[in-house]
Design a protein around this ligand. Structure first.
Ligand code: FE
Length: 251
């Protein structure tokens, strides 16, 4: 299987690329591509290890469509480390939280491309892709303080970044929610900032018509699993909710 098509209709396609992250050390990461008409966008393209393979797979998939947008959900290395390469080999614009635009250049950013790294304001925005407006939703503190998710109204897919990540390295559909929880729980308890942020997010995304939630790591949620996942997030104690035993001098 070279890639999975999560949604397809005339002039619009949502693709989950083949898993290029095989190997024991680096965390498995999903690369998603949205094509609308002749315009395309890649979400969280990944680091140096996968850069050349993701780039060639993406360009091959696009055919005559053009990569116009690179979306960076937050500042982690598995997302932004290869940003310079993507900007040097395409004419695309890259978008990341305004909190992080001055940090990306520490991975190396050529002067020729630095004006194509653009800030997303804290309140989010709409991103125009070939005649379609995608929503850039604030998901701050889930987990990064400057963190965004993408909602695509054509496919009704919510790209949730690290929220919903599961750690067994499989990029397939999660089909049994209770059985799936252990693959997510530890990661969310430690990485997500707190339940207050989770509740705010749940309230926001319930206003959207969501067919599928696609995280950056692990399995995705479709149909009835979407609501179950949102309900689970809303109730989860995590991050600063669990501080009681953290601040102890190591023995
Ligand atoms: Fe992250």
């Amino acid at each position: 299987m070279s890639h999975q098509t999560l949604f397809e209709t005339t002039g619009h396609k949502n693709i989950l690329l083949e898993d290029f992250n095989k190997g024991p050390l680096a965390v498995q990461a999903n690369q998603h591509v949205i094509v609308h008409g002749q315009a395309a966008m890649i979400l969280d393209p990944g680091g140096h290890k996968v850069y050349s393979r993701v780039l060639s797979a993406t360009l091959q998939l696009l055919g005559s469509a053009k990569l116009e947008t690179i979306f960076l959900s937050h500042q982690d290395p598995d997302i932004i480390a290869a940003t310079n390469g993507w900007l040097m080999t395409t004419d695309a614009k890259a978008y990341i939280s305004a909190l992080w635009t001055r940090f990306v250049p520490h991975f190396g950013l050529d002067q020729l491309v630095e004006n194509r790294l653009l800030p997303i304001p804290d309140e989010g925005m709409k991103l125009h892709l070939g005649g379609l407006d995608l929503l850039v939703l604030p998901a701050h503190f889930l987990h990064s303080p400057g963190n965004f998710q993408i909602y695509d109204p054509a496919s009704k897919i919510l790209y949730s970044g690290d929220l919903g990540a599961s750690v067994d390295g499989q990029n397939i559909e999660a089909t049994d929610f209770e059985e799936h929880v252990p693959r997510m729980k530890g990661f969310h308890e430690r990485y997500m900032c707190n339940n207050r942020a989770m509740r705010g997010w749940a309230h926001m995304v319930r206003q959207l018509d969501i067919a599928l939630i696609a995280p950056q790591h692990g399995r995705f949620f479709r149909g009835a699993m979407v609501g179950k996942f949102i309900d689970w997030c809303e109730k989860l104690a995590c991050g600063t909710d669990l501080l009681d035993n953290v601040y102890r001098v190591p023995a």
